[in-house]
Design a binder for this molecule. Structure first.
Ligand SMILES: Cc1cc2nc3c(=O)[nH]c(=O)nc-3n(C[C@H](O)[C@H](O)[C@H](O)COP(=O)(O)OP(=O)(O)OC[C@H]3O[C@@H](n4cnc5c(N)ncnc54)[C@H](O)[C@@H]3O)c2cc1C
Ligand code: SF4
Length: 477
């Protein structure tokens, strides 16, 4: 523990943001990092609790050893801090940017609403390590002669690939898109995480021996049978891409879209990638009244993207009641609480409607969207008669989550069993599917989740594969 009285002396301080009026003019990251002196003070606030809930089961899913690296930052031993952080997390610069930080909710200092700024410190350790040139390829000194195929280069596939290559397996990643990263690249916008962070990890992994094969849609361009014949083990890490369909009257109107095509297009545009020539028209929010249906991360990313494209107004509809500003600590701590949260995108000027159900979408005679018919809902989420209202809209994004992985293609072709929700069936112990050579991890197994959970599952599935191939494994679980 760095400073015994640190938490009494220093207030919580996170990295700040550029002003909303400035940051909506560009798509770049907009956080303003703390300097080394302030970071040391923040790290000094860690109390090194007897039971550090932050890295226990209710906190960080990859079990980052938070009190240890807080102490190392306080001691200015940044090189040891990144070594420690990398021992549990392959990509701390990803989680330091986009993780919702369940660790901070579980921090003992959060009982006083002043948790240690864990996520800010994690990002600072990772960024400094890259800037100092401490992050280097770590190729295996020996080769096992075993070959592993990984389908999907999202956070789960990347974490698994890195772990498996580092213990000497020949790892091939098959990815449908032209570049690696999954939702980190094509879902999450640059203003939350710039893609250069993925590109340099891909370079590191290539130097560690991982071979990436882009534009290969497994189950369509390459049958699953070919993979199971060519490789000793196959990991399905294809994400959960099937959007939940709200089945609204008027969904076919011109101007109504699922969130993902919109975000994918914007990410491609920002990344100067060519648009696929499938006849898809550009979706741009400039000079439009935009309504986003849904209250999660995907919805927020549509909000921030629409503002950056010059939307006239952005309104977000959430069917849930407005949550309390503060949770009752004694009933929920150290678990993730329901409370009023405002994302940086919402803070850029979104109108938020709570307890609002979408009854349908209205259009003109030419089939163009004109508005969204809504109503307030009761505690059972049923519309209350007489509370209907119409929001004028030129663009609607449906962002109410994802139901399951895509079944057509790889999943159907492989014949693996599915769970009740339609995800690939595999447990969290060995990640084996019903096919003896196929494993599954990340959103494809777990259902839509978080980057940090995908990293955890990729690491754990790698350990299981390594154990099955070699009879034992030095990889951590
Ligand atoms: C818009 C949006 C914003 C989000 N924001 C956050 C956030 O801020 N913080 C957070 O923690 N989480 C966030 N999430 C959730 C997070 O992105 C996911 O939980 C995480 O990306 C899952 O990782 P994954 O590797 O399992 O799958 P994915 O990232 O979905 O990657 C799957 C990859 O598999 C590829 N693939 C699929 N099928 C095939 C096939 N047959 N052949 C070849 N390749 C295939 C896909 O192209 C994709 O690259 C967000 C999700 C969305 C949609
Ligand atoms: S990965 Fe997420 S939960 Fe874990 S320490 Fe980082 S911010 Fe906290």
């Amino acid at each position: 523990m760095g400073k015994i009285t640190g938490f009494l002396e220093f207030d919580r301080q996170e990295q700040k943001y550029q002003l909303a009026a400035d940051r909506v003019r560009h798509f770049r990251e907009f956080t303003l990092p703390l300097d080394e002196h302030d970071l040391a003070k923040q790290a000094a606030r860690c109390m090194d609790c007897g039971i550090p809930f932050c890295h226990g089961p209710t906190g960080c899913p990859v079990h980052n050893q938070i009190p240890d690296w807080n102490d190392l930052v306080f001691q200015s031993d940044w090189e040891e801090a990144i070594r420690n952080l990398h021992s549990t997390n392959n990509f701390p610069e990803f989680t330091g940017r986009v993780c919702p930080a369940p660790c901070e909710e579980a921090c003992t200092l959060n009982l006083e609403n002043q948790p240690v700024a864990i996520k800010t410190i994690e990002q600072a350790i990772a960024d400094r390590a890259w800037n100092m040139g401490w992050v280097k390829p770590e190729p295996s000194a020996t080769q096992t002669g075993k070959r592993v195929a990984i389908v999907g280069s999202g956070a789960a596939g990347m974490a698994a690939a890195q772990q498996l290559a580092r213990v000497g397996h020949e790892v091939h990643v098959f990815e449908r898109e032209p570049k690696a990263g999954g939702l980190l690249r094509y879902g999450i916008p640059d203003f939350k995480m710039e893609k250069r962070h993925i590109d340099r990890r891909v370079k590191q992994m290539e130097a560690e021996g991982v071979q990436f094969h882009y534009k290969v849609n497994v189950g369509v361009d390459k049958p699953v049978d070919e993979l199971t014949a060519e490789f000793d083990a196959v990991l399905f890490a294809g994400g959960a891409e099937e959007p939940r369909n709200p089945q609204l009257p008027g969904q076919e109107l011109d101007g109504v879209h699922y969130a993902m095509p919109y975000l994918v297009q914007s990410n491609r545009r920002v990344g100067a990638e060519p648009m696929p020539g499938n006849g898809e028209l550009p979706i741009i929010a400039a000079s439009k009244n935009v309504v986003v249906i849904g209250g999660g991360d995907t919805a927020s990313d549509c909000v921030g993207t629409a503002f950056r494209q010059g939307a006239l107004s952005v309104t977000q509809l959430d069917i849930r009641p407005r949550p309390p500003e503060r949770e009752d600590k004694l009933t929920v701590w150290p678990y993730w609480p329901t409370k009023m949260r405002t994302s940086s995108s919402q803070a850029e000027g979104a109108e938020r409607e709570f307890q609002a159900a979408t009854l349908g979408l209205e259009g003109d005679r030419k089939g163009r969207l004109t508005g969204v018919l809504c109503a307030r809902v009761d505690e059972k989420r049923q519309p209350i008669a007489g509370t209907e209202f119409v929001l004028p809209a030129d663009l609607v994004f449906m962002a109410i989550g994802f139901a399951s992985p895509l079944h057509k293609g790889m999943v159907a072709d492989s014949g693996v069993s599915l769970d009740k929700r339609g995800n690939v069936l595999a447990n969290e112990e060995d990640y084996r599917t019903s096919h003896p050579k196929i494993y599954s991890a990340g959103d494809m197994r777990r259902g839509q989740s978080l980057i940090v959970w995908a990293i955890r599952e990729g690491r754990q599935a790698a350990r299981s594969i390594d154990e099955d191939l070699m009879g034992e494994s030095v990889l951590p679980r």
